[in-house]
Design a protein around this ligand. Structure first.
Ligand code: PA5
Length: 467
């Protein structure tokens, strides 16, 4: 297990390494009670209210069995599996698929894939829906409609479009092409699913969208595509076990949260996640939602206006060395950059002999792309260090279901700790709901007349400002 442990390296956050902008050990010692308090808060509240996600690594034996059976049936019967969902109902499935399956999974021949193609449709761009319909065959496609609230307009419109087409094309058999993942009792999707007889999976109480990857929201698509979901959960349980102390030097997510919290107090309002591995590219997207929706809050727990949060930014190493790293090394001191590194990639590609007469190219020969990507990662860390920009590294021994489960749970814990330090409601999203409600009102949903009237009061746009 130890060999599969991810490591969190904060050397480049410390003053002794990075200079005056870094933290001193004394500063961390002074702040340790804050961390201990957050640790206690999270521990005391785990499994309660909106912290049901903490128990997902432990309480899903039966659910996992049922997911595995359904996944097997889907593999036997369908060529394509389409997730319809948005936000927390899509970003986890996308991140896990990218991390744990072939990087050109859908393009692999079926014999190699040994599972359906996967599409996660997390937008309502009409061109995207038309494009999906161009490439799938409804007769061999299974749709997993995922919505915790069961009322999100984007997901429900996708459902309506596809349900209508399925019924027209397949009549009574249409219902066998839909799996609904939603709340056990609340919302419209559960009602529709019961009425139509869809296969159903439950998003447990206390598991909000962005904390839902390790429940059926993420596990079903992963299992359909042959990801080892038990290993994913075992990795999460391991991360939980490693975080069982309030000592920041032993509990990595607690240290991570404390450093981000302290950095925020000093005006570091941006958190960049930069994986040096294509497999982890969409983990950064998943993280952006987790961090932004959880910590971006107007009020604290006492109802005081705090306008807190840290803007998450995603970058990809090495690609974004050639676009963003200039800003990260020479721009304002307002970012904490987290580099994700991978020790052992699943492929090794050597750089062959060539261009012997051009030393500036020939030096690459005999190395591997593996060496190159990690050398470039270390070079970026060095450049950031030299320029005095706070940076930290999470190193994965390799990318597999166990380490990805660990990484995701690490970030969920870090987010919960940081929210506790900030004294905010970490698990709600009133800002998202305001937008959802305004959209309902604009489209005439019954019950939203008052919101419609409120919208009608907004200041009219002036032509002179539209240039
Ligand atoms: O994290 C959240 O709660 C949100 O981003 C939701 O996941 C997103 O709005 C989709 O909501 P639902 O799953 O209810 O359709």
């Amino acid at each position: 297990m130890e060999k599969q442990r991810i490591r969190f390296d904060v050397n480049h956050m410390m003053a002794e390494q990075i200079g005056e902008r870094g933290f001193t050990e004394q500063e961390l010692t002074l702040a340790a009670p804050k961390a201990a308090e957050a640790f206690r808060y999270v521990r005391e509240n785990r499994g309660k209210d909106m912290m049901g996600w903490t128990e997902l690594p432990y309480n899903q034996n039966e659910v996992v069995e049922s997911i595995l059976q359904t996944a097997q049936a889907v593999r036997e019967r369908f060529d394509t599996f389409v997730v319809l969902g948005i936000g927390g109902s899509a970003l986890g499935p996308i991140a896990v698929q990218q991390a744990l399956n072939h990087l050109h999974y859908n393009e692999l021949p079926k014999e190699k894939r040994r599972a359906p193609k996967l599409y996660v449709e997390d937008n309502i761009d009409p061109e995207r829906m038309a494009a999906l319909l161009d490439v799938i065959d409804l007769k061999t496609t299974c749709f997993n409609v995922i919505s915790k609230s069961g009322s999100t307009s984007e997901t429900m419109s996708q459902f309506l479009i596809l349900w209508d087409r399925l019924k027209r094309e397949m009549g009574d058999k249409a219902k066998d092409h839909i799996i609904a993942t939603t709340d056990a009792a609340k919302g419209n999707l559960i009602k529709i699913a019961q009425q139509e007889g869809f296969t159903r999976f439950v998003i447990p109480d206390g598991v909000g969208g962005r904390f839902s990857e390790l429940c059926p929201v993420g596990l079903l698509a992963a299992a359909v595509c042959n990801v080892d979901i038990r290993a994913l959960l075992a990795g999460a349980a391991y991360a939980d076990e490693l975080a069982s102390t309030d000592d920041i030097y032993q509990n990595a997510p607690l240290m991570a949260a404390l450093m981000q919290y302290l950095a925020m107090q000093k005006g570091y309002n941006i958190s960049v996640m930069m994986p040096y591995a294509d497999s982890l590219k969409f983990i950064a997207d998943w993280y952006c939602q987790l961090w932004a929706e959880s910590l971006g809050k107007r009020y604290d727990l006492n109802g005081r206006e705090v306008f807190t949060g840290q803007t998450p930014v995603k970058a990809l190493g090495v690609t974004d060395q050639h676009s963003q790293v200039q800003l990260y090394t020479e721009g304002p001191f307002d970012k904490v950059i987290t580099v994700l590194g991978v020790e052992k990639f699943h492929a090794e590609i050597g750089i062959p002999e060539g261009c012997a007469d051009i030393p500036a190219v020939h030096f690459l020969c005999g190395h591997t792309l593996n060496e190159l990507i990690n050398a470039e990662r270390m070079a970026t860390e060095y450049a950031l260090l030299k320029s005095g920009h706070l940076n930290q590294t999470i190193l994965l021994p390799e990318v597999n279901a166990f380490t990805v489960g660990q990484l995701m749970y690490f970030y969920e814990l870090e987010t919960a700790y940081c929210g506790a330090m900030l004294g905010i409601h970490t698990f709600d999203q009133p800002g998202v709901e305001e937008g959802k409600n305004a959209a309902y009102a604009l489209l005439g949903r019954p019950g939203y007349e008052e919101k419609g009237a409120e919208l009608a009061q907004k200041p009219g746009k002036q032509d002179r400002y539209i240039i």
